[in-house]
Design a protein around this ligand. Structure first.
Ligand code: KG4
Ligand code: ZN
Length: 365
């Protein structure tokens, strides 16, 4: 089943880091509102192509992602993304392997990427591996030469969780959100705050809120609650953002505070919540000395600063993938495919009968 080229790249004599010649992997991502494809060399990590078309403008007027529109946009955009990713390739840059997100996410959106992956798999006569989108977020830091095991905080628009990453296909989920994802909370609060401000409306929710917060003043009269703080004694590694979101909405409704001050108060409480979870996680795993922060919210500078301080206090090395690899992208999917292939895991080979998965926890890789 495996393509000859990719097989030939594997040394038969050694174990897990067995690739000696290197392979080129095409990564395809369509789980949410970005159509992405990238060509990545492994193990060097060189990015040959990295293409992304966002649907931001399509969904912005609705204040949230509209599933029907998302599918329509993926159907329109994915052929363009793939065309740009694959045109005029030299023979040495042709993919040896395709990796495609098959969950978790919106099934109809995932199906668009999977159908293109299958078509290209036939065209190039190479295997197509199904990739867990969350695992892809958590593994892409390995491009920066992070070694296993490491602790990971994944904070994005759809997920917030912490895990112990032991290897490709092998993670222990240590905690996750009890309600909203962190990025989702940023997006919802931002929507209430930006109102008619057209400049801020043109940006993604979290990034816009961060920009607004930069103009805010910390006010003693406006301190929003840090979630699960009372549970500190039990060292909780779970997240909760719905209480903070509701308190923020109440503060907005009072009309007593400037939007920038509210944005700062919200961001401060959200970041502090993450910091406590990370502090508890590092304290519970003193033998692991690397922490990776990933997902779209990892671009937030206030979060980066707070976690840098926390990691330094606990003698832990901190790694953030570059911002472009924190948000959804094709590189992370390609990289995860290469890592799984190289580790010779039982692969999730994608066929016409493979179903996309709306839910797919990290514990089931
Ligand atoms: O990883 P991602 O691209 O998509 C998902 O897998 O969900 O993350 C997108 C999320 C959005 O909620 C966005 O508002 C948030 O990441 N985000 C930020 C920042 N930049 C993006 N949140 C806070 N601060 C930022 N600078
Ligand atoms: Zn994501």
């Amino acid at each position: 089943m495996l393509a000859k080229v990719a097989k030939a790249a594997l040394s038969s004599s050694s174990s897990s880091s067995a690739i000696i010649k290197g392979i080129t992997v095409l990564g395809i991502e369509s789980s949410c509102d970005d159509s992405c494809a990238a060509l990545v060399r492994y193990p060097s990590g060189e990015i040959l192509r990295d293409i992304r078309i966002s649907q931001f403008d399509t969904h912005a007027p609705y204040g949230g992602i509209m599933p029907n529109l998302a599918v329509r946009e993926h159907e329109k955009n994915m052929p363009l993304v793939l065309e740009r990713c694959l045109h005029n390739l030299s023979s040495s840059s042709k993919p040896d392997l395709i990796a495609v997100s098959t969950g978790p996410g919106m099934k109809a959106c995932l199906r668009v990427g999977m159908n293109h992956a299958l078509r290209l798999g036939e065209q190039y006569n190479i295997p197509v591996l199904g990739i867990n989108h969350l695992e892809a977020h958590t593994l892409v830091a390995r491009r920066e030469r992070v070694e296993f095991p490491y602790l990971c905080l994944l904070v994005s628009g759809g997920h917030s969780c912490v895990s112990l990453v032991l290897g490709p296909g092998h993670q222990q989920e240590l905690g996750s959100t009890l309600d909203d994802a962190m990025g989702e909370a940023f997006d919802k609060v931002n929507r209430q705050l930006v109102g008619e401000n057209v400049t801020l409306q043109q940006q993604h929710g979290g990034a816009a809120l961060e920009q607004l917060a930069k103009q805010g003043k910390p006010l003693a009269a406006l301190q929003l609650p840090v979630a699960l703080r009372k549970a500190k004694s039990v060292k909780t590694l779970d997240f909760s953002f719905s209480g903070l979101k509701a308190s923020t909405s109440r503060a907005i409704a009072k009309q007593e505070f400037a939007p920038a001050d509210i944005a700062l108060a919200f961001q401060t409480a959200a970041v502090q919540h993450c910091r406590i979870v990370v502090r508890n996680m590092l304290a519970a795993h003193p033998q692991v000395n690397t922490l990776v922060i990933c997902g779209g919210v990892a671009s937030n500078q206030a979060l980066r600063t707070a976690l840098s301080i926390e990691a330094a206090r606990q003698n832990t090395q901190l790694c953030f993938p570059p911002p472009a690899l924190c948000v959804d992208n094709g590189v992370m999917v390609a990289w995860a495919g290469a890592e799984r292939y190289n580790a010779e895991l039982p692969q999730h080979l994608v066929t016409k009968d493979t179903n996309p998965r709306a839910r797919w926890p990290l514990s089931e890789l």
